[in-house]
Design a protein around this ligand. Sequence first.
Ligand code: ITT
Length: 200
Amino acid sequence: KQIIFATKNQHKMIEIKEILSDLPYKVVSMEEAGIDIDVVEDGHTFEENAIKKAKEIAEKTGDIVLADDSGLEVDYMNGEPGIYSARFGGETTTYDIKNQMILDRLKNAKEKERSARFVCVIAAAFPDGEVRHVRGTIEGYIADEAKGIGGFGYDPIFYVPEEGCTTAEMTAEKKNAISHRGQALRRMKDALKAYFEVQP
Ligand code: ITT
């Protein structure tokens, strides 16, 4: 049996495969499954978007499909970029520039005002029409400057006080152990196991 993960983001896919490596099912990307479907992300919440991505691909393929909708909420920016994290500053703008845009917006923000979080919602759509979703978050602060070369996206500016570094300065193992995506996927693993117990 295989599970399709409905993402076109290669960085997410690497983290997902690592975190789900102990599942007794093969997790394949859309590319590996030979599927090229664009889902319009027009929901108003991470949940709506994740469920939409998973359901549309599941309806077209008949497989069990997981999807990830995630983003960075910056309190000083009233929760932006949030669900628009991928589109923030323009779809083709590099993350060096997007990260600098956020640092610039916060240049007058005091330390306490720099709080932020990564959010990840994972949705699962099953062939019988059942849909499940789970959420994971990690709290942190927007750093004073970009640091680190690990991870992707906004990782160089996301500072985790407990670790004393940004998520881009952590090993992949460390990030997966504490991240929004790691937490959400471990919750989803439990939901999948429960589903397979009644649906062998
Ligand atoms: P798919 O929809 O194909 O999965 P996407 O990149 O468009 O790929 P999203 O719409 O969920 O996915 O956008 C999530 C964005 O949030 C992502 O592009 C990053 O900019 C940011 N993001 C999410 N998780 C992150 C992480 O672990 N580290 C850094 N940035 C992250």
